[in-house]
Design a protein around this ligand. Structure first.
Ligand code: G
Ligand code: G
Ligand code: MN
Ligand code: NA
Length: 254
């Protein structure tokens, strides 16, 4: 079993690495941004999935330190590329709601932007609807402040949470990311397709950008283009990969 101790050692001994997965324009395949996804190179277990260790880190509270490391690392890497004059893309970082709701989160973000020199326009934060639990008003105010700092805000795993849709009315976000559960059987389930179409139409009326995740088949891309989805992410285009590999990708992605 993975223990608190292992996570502590992992942070101390630099066992985490960020991978990056492209997000592309649905029609042209042009790279629009990248999502940072943490990987753990465990000394005996090999590479451990964040699907396993993120929930543990949330339970132990170590997500605070890990989350700060991820944010700093993503900003630093992109800022370094930017400084070298390399082509750069906005980087999206996943933020746990524990991290978001903790006092001082806004200062932490501002501090990391200042330290790394990353232009805030190149930073996106992805959060799930669960940030609303335990104080919707406060979450709305904080999102407003992040937006005021020129940071892009996306709601991740959209449609899978248990919040009511009405929060979208007041939350000043830029993007929603359709969970890959909706994409999986978009070609076979009429109900699923109707939900996806409804979300895209609603989002566009609110001037929100829609990203569909988990695109694995060309037919899913074609279907989502027909439904006017803006951006796509998934193994069809590229898997999450080290930063160096990302720089070698063709643009547009086929
Ligand atoms: O990369 P992968 O698909 O295995 O990620 C599994 C889950 O872990 C996803 O829900 C993803 O959002 C989450 N995750 C990956 N990296 C991070 C991170 O840096 N911070 C947080 N909070 N979650 C992450
Ligand atoms: O919860 P979040 O959306 O951050 O999760 C991102 C996770 O989805 C990452 O672990 C990433 O590896 C995974 N992922 C990205 N693209 C695909 C895909 O096309 N298919 C599947 N099954 N998983 C994907
Ligand atoms: Mn995400
Ligand atoms: Na998601």
């Amino acid at each position: 079993v993975l223990l608190r101790h292992d996570l502590h050692a992992a942070l101390r001994d630099d066992q985490f690495e960020l991978y990056y997965q492209p997000v592309v324009d649905a029609v042209s395949g042009q790279l629009r941004s990248v999502e940072a996804l943490v990987r753990w190179h465990h000394p005996t277990l090999g590479t451990v999935s964040p699907g396993i260790f993120i929930p543990i880190a949330e339970q132990t509270g170590q997500i605070i330190d890990l989350g700060r490391w991820v944010l700093k690392q993503a900003c630093q890497s992109l800022a370094d590329l930017h400084a070298k004059g390399s082509r750069v893309f906005p980087v999206a970082v996943n933020i746990s709601s524990l991290q978001f709701r903790r006092d001082g989160f806004l200062d932490e973000v501002q501090g990391i932007l200042d330290e790394t020199g990353l232009p805030p326009e190149l930073l996106e934060l992805e959060m799930t609807e669960s940030i609303l639990l335990g104080g919707a008003e406060q979450a709305i105010e904080m999102i407003g402040k992040l937006r005021g700092m020129s940071i892009t805000i996306a709601i991740d795993d959209f449609g899978t949470g248990f919040s009511s849709l009405s929060y979208l009315r007041d939350l000043p976000i830029h993007k929603i990311k359709l969970d890959r559960a909706f994409i999986q059987d978009i070609l076979t389930s009429r109900n699923n397709a109707a939900i996806v179409q409804g979300i895209i139409t609603m989002a566009h009326h609110m001037d929100l950008v829609v990203v569909a995740e988990g695109i694995e088949k060309r037919e899913q891309q074609q279907d989502l283009i027909r439904r006017d989805c803006d951006l796509l992410q998934g193994f069809l285009f590229a898997r999450p990969m080290p930063l160096q590999d990302l720089l070698a990708l063709p643009n547009p992605l086929p």
